[in-house]
Ligand binder design. Sequence first.
Ligand SMILES: [Zn+2]
Length: 116
Amino acid sequence: MKKCPFCAEEIQDEAIKCKHCGEFIDESIKRQFEEMRIRWYFRTSFIILAVLTVGPLALPLIWLRPGIAKGWKIGLTLGVLVLTWLTWVATVDSFHVLKQYGQLIQGMSIGGIRRA
Ligand SMILES: [Zn+2]
């Protein structure tokens, strides 16, 4: 037998939840249950999915989610912004390449007409 750290009642040594006050004795199990109680749109898997699909629009989810340290929020925000910026640069770059390619084809055909 051991004492519950919350209500000081006697409980089983193997107990993970106090039968007297209902508190979880094991912190990691307590955290797991809290994670399960978190609303679905605050779940880590959903936030990752949201960031991947809508990018910076998912940032409010990170900021409103309970249980994230402020440093993490700032870090995640910067990460998402950098990722968005890189995606944007890559998109603009590919459009630029396509445009150049288009001009190249046009230039070739115009050159062909001139030669004819
Ligand atoms: Zn207790």
